[in-house]
Design a protein around this ligand. Structure first.
Ligand code: PLP
Length: 493
């Protein structure tokens, strides 16, 4: 075999073009062979087909057809989030334009640990992350309005700072060194870890994490990883953090505290009462992190943005554009109100950011992440924001939220189905009326095994519910009705 072609360089695009045709054809044939939202037959059948397709993982001699064969097999065995009945998780169908941009990211392969590996990508990341931080904290480069020249004292909150609910104001006096910043991450888990790390560095290792019972499982894990005390759990009786219980916990427990609230719970898509929580944190001098991995996408929607009122009071905010942002994985962010917090991440490695290089003007990138080699995940996001604009992205958010309401209406009107609650975001919980938990679990597994639908499951109020997380903007009312028919038609265990 001659030396295989490379993806970049003058011959790169030429070498890629026929391979792309192969990939696109294999995606098509594989998807057609599957014929539904996921492969039929369950894990054993899928494993057998993959083993057969792979045959020999590292054969002595290579096979030029391997690209087609393996892509076909992966597509045939995929759970396709673009299928309207694939609706279990916060697993979004990525936009075609974002995936196309991601190809360029792979081909150019910039690495964001030093400027000399990513000259343009590092500047693009800086621009886009700053702009997204302004979406959270409400400062824009143009316009006029109240502004804050310096970060508020530690523990103070800024309800009066412009936020999603206020008309954002510009701040020419507010140099980039004081403007909110954001870090690109691999997702909500890494963002939450970084939020806890920044809190630990700001407040000391004695910081006590305080989370709602509805908080994401990555938070206790991050506390464990960072050697922090296990988070104190505040009750969330109706699925959202109870402010009175939070107030009591902060009164009773010695600080300093890091409170984490959730904007878009993974189970039910509920948003904690952020303004009340922010006020309580302010009273107690507690630091506030908001995990908006799911709900953060509402920032793009004029109609739903108000649900995030209070978000700008948070010291740090987790966002995840591979959820309500239609990006391929990974597209996480951690927005940070006071960029001085980020000095804790500063790190020195002479071959990447020697002092004299930095003094001579080469940007120092190591402090933007705990990772070293790092993909330019920001490119697909930048392309998406620029291609769709606020209106286009907001419309996608509005559509999936409308689908959730539609599905809730259908469940509500259905004599044999019970609805948990009206949706806040795009999650709908329901179950067959009078069914026991085993039957609910059976329905989900039956649909999975048949390859007919991917629904999630969630335990709330002591009962098991089927969960539809609607992230596909192209879903139709008929699709939703069809999904309920599948549930209804599942034979008993
Ligand atoms: C999805 C999710 C996370 C974790 O994000 P990953 O991207 O899967 O790491 C954290 N918090 C909430 C609320 C989530 O929904």
């Amino acid at each position: 075999m001659s030396t295989p072609p490379l993806a970049s360089g003058p011959e790169g695009p030429h070498a890629l073009r026929p391979l792309l045709t192969t990939v696109l054809d294999a995606l098509h044939t594989g998807g057609r062979a599957r014929g539904g939202p996921l492969p039929a037959g369950g894990p054993d059948a899928v494993a057998a087909r993959i083993r057969e397709a792979v045959a020999d993982v590292l054969p002595e001699e290579g096979d030029p057809d391997a690209l087609r064969r393996l892509v076909h097999a992966l597509a045939e065995g995929a759970a396709d989030p673009a299928h309207p009945w694939c609706a279990a998780h916060l697993h979004c169908p990525p936009l075609a334009v974002a995936v196309a941009a991601d190809l360029a990211a792979s081909a150019l392969n910039p690495s964001l640990d030093s400027w000399d590996q990513a000259p343009a990508a590092s500047e693009l990341e800086e621009l886009v992350t700053r702009a997204l931080a302004r979406e959270v904290y409400g400062e824009t480069p143009s316009g006029a309005g109240p502004h804050r020249r310096t970060a508020p004292p530690r523990g103070a909150t800024s309800h009066d700072a412009p936020g999603p609910d206020d008309a954002p104001g510009p701040d020419h006096a507010l140099g980039p060194d004081h403007a909110p910043a954001a870090l690109a991450t691999t997702g909500g888990t890494e963002s939450n870890q970084l939020a806890l790390l920044l809190a630990r560095e700001a407040l000391g290792a004695g910081v006590r994490p305080v989370c709602g019972a509805n908080a994401h499982h990555s938070l206790p894990r991050a506390a464990w990883l960072l050697g922090l005390p296990e988070p104190v759990t505040v009750p969330a009786p109706a699925g959202t953090l109870d402010p009175a219980a939070l107030d009591a916990a902060l009164t009773d427990l010695p600080g300093p505290h890091l409170v984490t609230a959730t904007a878009g719970t993974t189970d039910a898509g509920l948003i904690d009462p952020l303004p009340e929580i922010a006020a309580i944190c302010s009273t107690h001098g507690a630091r506030l992190h908001v995990d908006a991995a799911y709900g953060g996408g509402l920032l793009f929607s004029t109609r739903h943005r108000h649900k995030l009122a209070g978000l700008s009071a948070a010291d740090t905010v987790t966002l995840d554009l591979h959820k309500l942002g239609w990006q391929p994985v990974a597209a996480g962010l951690l927005a940070v109100r006071d960029p001085h917090d980020l000095t804790a991440l500063h790190h020195h490695a002479d071959y990447l950011n020697a002092d004299d290089d930095t003094e001579a003007g080469l940007p120092d990138l190591l402090g933007r992440s705990l990772r070293t080699t790092r993909r330019p995940d920001i490119l697909k996001t930048a392309v998406t924001l620029a291609t769709l604009g606020r209106t286009g992205l907001g419309a996608l958010v509005d559509q999936v939220c409308a689908h959730a309401h539609r599905l809730a209406d259908l469940v509500d009107a259905h004599p044999a189905l019970e609805l948990h609650d009206r949706p806040t975001l795009s999650t709908v919980l329901f179950r067959p009326t009078g069914a026991d938990d085993d039957t609910v679990a059976h329905i989900r597994r039956h649909l999975l095994h048949q390859g007919h639908a991917v629904l999630g499951r969630t335990r709330l109020d002591g009962r098991l519910w089927l969960k539809a997380t609607l992230l596909n903007p192209r879903t139709t009312p008929d699709d939703l009705a069809g999904l309920l028919k599948l549930v209804e038609g599942t034979p008993p265990p």
